[in-house]
Design a protein around this ligand. Structure first.
Ligand SMILES: NC(=O)c1ccc[n+]([C@@H]2O[C@H](COP(=O)([O-])OP(=O)(O)OC[C@H]3O[C@@H](n4cnc5c(N)ncnc54)[C@H](OP(=O)(O)O)[C@@H]3O)[C@@H](O)[C@H]2O)c1
Ligand SMILES: [Zn+2]
Ligand SMILES: [Zn+2]
Length: 344
């Protein structure tokens, strides 16, 4: 075992404390990464606030530099800049893995934290830490030209909205709405705009209207004003719903045009749907999560080509609990990223 330092919760704690974090010795196909930047995802907040008792180190969208490689690694060398998301292993043999959809692996992919290592059965600890060890296959080369801090959120927030946008063929001529302007939402806006779609933000926060325009959105609908959603009825081909709490889907389904699709990626859990909201206009409800390795590579290339990264507030990692508190209060424009160099 090797040891690094990170931000960790043990027992019933709902705040993170600086602590030692163990990493495995490198296997032949492993790399060790010095974590420089890690985004603060709302999923991390869910994990910290709803502890199940085991040790928790959050963090599943990070960039850094390779420091060591296992004996069989040929893709990377020490010094290479890399990016890692929320999956660090999968079975590699099932139909989903063979199709490049490791995120849907039949044996369930190994999550970057709170997952179960496929070989030693240990619980994975995330990237709010100075070092991470993973199979080289699940690391991505960070394209030149992408700022490593602002690129970190692409690896969870970005890919989670990229896969549905691509699989729903969003492009020039598509009318897309993004519900919830947070970490996922603001990247969904940038990506939809870069793909050529006419893009609208649906938000309950009227004070985000200027930002929406700056992000490239063509329209902004305040959902807390009943008149505005009524105006937007049947206007969109795709609604990407990133809202982090349970909510009624009917109002969003009614914004879809004929044969349109609501992709619910924010709140994951049981929902109630009146099938009449699907029947009228033959609408579809879907979801997505994370992305496969090929889609992640494609997204990174697209972002490098179009200059897409997150709008971030960069904080020393010692301020992680403040970042979580502010994220909980919706006080973030639009992603906190931790600078982990203060752990040295
Ligand atoms: N599917 C996946 O694989 C995946 C991956 C990553 C994250 N997630 C989940 O996606 C959700 C969003 O994550 P995030 O990091 O983007 O969070 P975030 O930055 O907090 O953004 C969530 C947005 O939802 C809206 N919202 C929050 N509370 C609301 C409420 N009570 N009613 C209506 N709208 C509300 C807000 O937008 P407005 O102020 O504009 O209304 C907020 O900015 C989380 O639940 C997270 O766990 C899923
Ligand atoms: Zn995430
Ligand atoms: Zn598999």
């Amino acid at each position: 075992m090797r040891t690094t330092t990170g931000w960790r919760a043990d027992g019933s704690a709902t705040a993170l404390r600086r602590a030692f974090v163990e990493r495995r010795d490198l296997r032949p196909d492993d790399i060790a990464v010095r974590v420089d930047h890690c985004g603060v995802c709302h999923t991390d907040l869910h994990a910290v606030r709803n502890r199940d008792g085991g040790p928790l180190v959050p963090g599943h969208e990070f960039t850094g530099v390779v420091t060591e490689t296992g004996s069989e690694v040929t893709r990377f060398a020490p010094g290479d800049p890399v990016a890692v998301g929320n999956i660090v292993d999968s079975c590699g043999g099932c139909a989903m893995c063979r199709a490049g959809q490791e995120n849907f692996c039949h044996e369930f992919p190994t999550l970057t934290y709170g997952g179960t290592d496929r070989l030693d059965g240990s619980t994975t600890l995330g990237a709010y830490a100075r070092e991470y060890v993973l199979r080289d296959r699940f690391a991505h080369r960070l394209p030149a030209g992408l700022d490593p801090a602002a690129a970190a959120p692409l690896l969870c927030a970005g890919i989670t909205v990229w896969e549905p946008l691509r699989s729903l063929d969003v492009g020039p001529g598509s009318r897309v709405a993004v519900a919830g302007l947070g970490g996922l939402g603001h990247l969904a806006v940038k990506l939809a705009v870069a793909l050529g779609a006419e893009t609208t933000v649906l938000s309950r926060s009227a004070d985000k209207a200027d930002d929406a325009g700056r992000l490239g959105a063509h329209d902004f609908v305040v959902t807390s004003d009943p008149a505005r959603p009524a105006d937007a009825r049947e206007r969109f081909d795709v609604v990407v719903d990133t809202i982090s709490v349970p909510h009624e889907l009917g109002p969003y389904l009614r914004l879809l045009a004929m044969d349109g699709t609501l992709s619910q990626v924010g709140y994951l859990g049981p929902v109630t749907v009146d099938t009449m909201d699907l029947l009228v206009g033959r609408k579809k409800l879907t979801s997505a999560g994370s992305g496969g390795l090929p889609a992640t590579e494609a997204m990174l290339e697209f972002c490098a080509e179009h200059g897409v990264t997150a709008d971030i507030e960069l904080l020393p990692s010692a301020r992680v609990n403040e970042a979580l508190d502010r994220l909980e209060r919706n006080d973030v424009r639009y992603r906190f990223v931790l600078d982990l160099s203060d752990l040295d």
